[in-house]
Design a protein around this ligand. Structure first.
Ligand SMILES: Nc1ncnc2c1ncn2[C@@H]1O[C@H](COP(=O)(O)OP(=O)(O)OP(=O)(O)O)[C@@H](O)[C@H]1O
Length: 628
């Protein structure tokens, strides 16, 4: 047996100090949640032990009844929470307690506003966990022994939460973790049997393990008895479960602070037998966009926690879904490798995905406000599904929402279905505009003809939208068409007079077009007349079958398509004036200015701004001289 080591002192990571300070102030009005958080950790620790025992039965160590105990001592003013779960080694304590090693930490701290109410919500989203003990305690002592390690290798961690902690190796017969909270001055209301039971029943009733408290409390002599229902929530009949039970269970599995937006609970019986209890959170977690973003579904086999999903149960585009899938058909010793090639898992996954999509569909139909919240938080993730999940592509497409030229606000309120139902007579395509920002989209010259004809255009401004339109060539047989790509073609929506005018413009302005081409050289791949403009003199479009220009912008860094075409408006006075210009040098200045203007209205960057300004000033000077 190793002799106990000297106490060593360590500093908290700077972020922990900041988080603790914030948490104590922002969450005080909700202080009782500390118990939920600590019990939730204890339950996770027992889940992990149960799983480890499957391959190493020795870990039982004759301590078979897996339980969580809560007790208090009025004299000492302490609350003690203990579990006989997996416990922690010295290194694990150092890695887990006193450090924040989760993705999104930097973003979390950047997002803090200083406004207590807002920050409390952010802290909730980030996860408060063990540190919430310091809301009510000014000294916390955690003693833990990792399952399988000898009694002499237990660890005692102690801190007042102000900046540092001590660590020492101690003796501990019992496996698992005990946390003693020395309450702050004024927190004595928590040293009360009824109060603690009520908190446990309110927040932790769904925990599937027994949570015990001493029966007779005044002298502490009573036997421990179970306080919660101690059965897996998802295994109970739906009729027995209330909204509050679902909400608290969600907070436990998702490590979230707020209620979920929606849930689905289904027992499936057929070829395979399994239960789904899945939730849609109300706010996006901090790591949603990080490459290592955590998936949120926990796989259980006959109530035993097996592992966190890493993409086998939920596809990447549904990585925000949280909850539990419990299978009766998988072996308890299932490994990740087996999961990857398991027919049972394939079948569960495919039906779970369909159920989640159905849940979202129902939410959109029955609770549009909630769906709008969902869309704001997770819409861009769901869009990935159009490219990722071919078999459900049509259902996902129906769930998408866009801002359009007919939206009353900037909020994405239009589905493809809405768009199609509003299509003009004779309209065959779904038109969209990809633009770098909502402002650039709204004022884009490419929309002029559509505005004039009252044709609705989807305004797409997110990075993911490039992929969306390339992966979704059509919706219910209606082709998706960019308004800034290829020759303007409104098909049957153009009348005879318009067609004639176009043809006339091509012949009449043929000379000007050639002169502009010469003046612009290899800056453009073509120059042509167009009928897509009504108020602007010119615009730039991408030459079909070029890739979309926003995508090109990111690839080339300028914002221009790789094969830009300058289109001119034959009706515009400036263009007509240009046609009469006989001085080739002046025409060249005009050409460069028209081109640069069009680049700017695209939301792209002009390569030589000084040249643009010089030419523009030159023209203004001539104008000034002429009008003097
Ligand atoms: N009772 C316990 N037994 C074993 N390990 C524990 C226990 N409590 C905490 N831990 C370990 O410490 C880690 C940090 O816990 P903490 O509560 O701070 O965060 P978390 O539970 O991982 O996430 P969140 O902050 O979102 O709640 C846990 O992930 C776990 O590894």
């Amino acid at each position: 047996m190793n002799p106990p080591t000297q106490q060593e002192r360590f500093g908290f990571q700077a972020e922990v100090v900041q988080l603790l300070d914030l948490m104590i102030h922002s969450l005080y009005s909700n202080k009782e949640i500390f118990l939920r958080e600590v019990i939730s950790n204890a339950s996770d620790a027992i889940d992990r032990l149960r799983f480890a025992i499957l391959t190493d039965p020795e870990l039982h160590e004759d301590d078979e009844a897996l339980e969580i105990h809560v007790a208090y001592d009025k004299e000492a003013r302490t609350i003690t929470i203990s579990d006989n779960g997996i416990g922690m080694s010295r290194q694990e304590v150092m890695d887990n307690i006193g450090t924040i090693a989760k993705s999104g930490t930097r973003e979390f701290f950047q997002a803090l506003t200083g406004d207590q109410r807002k920050d409390a919500t952010l802290i909730g989203q980030f996860g408060v966990g063990f540190y919430s003990s310091f809301i009510v305690a000014d000294q916390v002592i955690l003693t833990t022994r990792r399952a399988g390690l000898p009694a002499g290798e237990a660890v005692r961690w102690e801190s007042d939460g102000r900046g540092d902690y001590t660590l020492e190796t101690v003796e501990r017969e019992a496996r698992g973790t005990e946390i003693v909270l020395h309450l702050r001055e004024g927190e004595d209301d928590l040293l009360n049997d009824h109060r603690l039971r009520t908190i446990i029943q309110k927040y932790s009733d769904h925990i599937s393990l027994p949570i015990l408290m001493p029966e007779t409390t005044e002298d502490g002599s009573g036997e421990d008895a179970v306080v919660n229902r101690a059965s897996a929530l998802w295994a109970r009949a739906k009729s027995e479960i209330g909204e509050a039970d679902y909400n608290e269970f969600y907070k436990h599995v998702a490590h979230d602070f707020a209620d979920p937006l929606a849930h689905l609970h289904a027992k499936m019986e057929g070829t395979y037998e399994y239960t789904l209890l899945l939730f849609i959170p109300a706010t996006a977690p901090f790591d949603l966009w990080m490459p290592e973003a955590r998936h949120g579904v926990k796989l259980h086999v006959q109530r035993v926690f097996i592992m966190d999903d890493t993409g086998q149960l939920m596809p990447n585009y549904l990585r925000f879904v949280r909850g539990v899938i419990d299978s009766a058909d998988l072996p308890l010793n299932v490994s990740r490798e087996i999961l990857q090639s398991s027919r049972v898992v394939d079948s569960i996954r495919s039906s779970a995905v369909k159920k989640v999509l159905k849940l979202l569909k129902d939410l959109a139909e029955k609770e549009p406000d909630k769906y709008a919240t969902f869309w704001k938080e997770f819409g861009d993730v769901l869009k990935e599904g159009v490219a990722e999940d071919y078999s459900n592509r049509d259902d996902i497409a129906k769930l998408l929402r866009f801002t359009t030229t007919k939206s009353a606000t900037d909020e994405p309120d239009t589905s493809f279905g809405d768009y199609v139902s509003r299509m003009k007579e004779g309209q065959e395509k779904i038109y969209y505009l990809l633009a770098p920002s909502p402002a650039a989209a709204k004022h884009s010259p490419h929309l002029e003809i559509f505005r004039k004809k009252g044709i609705e255009v989807l305004l797409l401004g997110e990075a993911i939208d490039n992929w969306l339109v390339t992966s979704l060539p059509d919706f219910e047989g209606k082709r998706l068409q960019s308004v800034a790509q290829g020759v303007s073609d409104l098909g049957s929506m153009e009348d005879e007079a318009e067609k004639e005018a176009n043809e006339k413009a091509v012949t009449e302005l043929g000379g000007l077009v050639e002169r502009l081409k010469k003046a612009l050289g290899d800056k453009v791949s073509d120059v042509r007349t167009t009928n897509r403009l009504t108020t602007s003199p010119a615009c730039i479009v991408a030459d079909e079958p070029d890739i979309e220009m926003n995508l090109a912008r990111r690839m080339r860094g300028s914002g221009l398509p790789s094969r830009p075409v300058l289109e001119i408006n034959p009706e515009h006075a400036l263009v007509q004036r240009l046609d009469r210009e006989t001085d080739e040098e002046r025409l060249s200045d005009w050409a460069q200015i028209l081109y640069s203007q069009s680049v700017l209205t695209l939301g792209a960057r002009i390569e030589d701004p000084a040249d643009f300004v010089e030419r523009l000033n030159g023209l203004l000077m001539t104008l000034a001289e002429e009008t003097d």
